[in-house]
Unconditional design. Structure first.
Length: 88
């Protein structure tokens, strides 16, 4: 079963390299498949190049989706990163 959650990019510089690295590192902790969708373009949230190609800016609303073992935990953790503006 695929789970989804909307997230908003709040940090001033958008989805830049430092933020993307934190996102990918967190996503890779989970066995489930995780995707990040922006402007109807889903990418593998575990692949840094794919995440960076989204070019999301501050205020962008994206969809996180996950399927498999640990999907709920993965979405909770990743959504928390967005809520905290990737300041961990």
């Amino acid at each position: 079963m695929q789970l989804k959650r909307k997230v908003k990019l709040k940090n001033p510089l958008g989805l830049h390299v430092r933020v993307a690295v934190k996102l990918v590192e967190e996503a890779r902790k989970y066995q489930c498949q995780i995707f990040l969708t922006y402007k109807d373009e889903p990418v593998n949230a575990k692949d840094i190049i794919s995440v960076l190609t989204l070019g999301a800016t501050k205020g962008a609303v994206m969809t996180l989706s996950a399927e498999g073992d640990g999907a709920k935990e993965a979405l909770d953790s990743l959504a928390d990163l967005f809520d905290k503006q990737f300041q961990v």
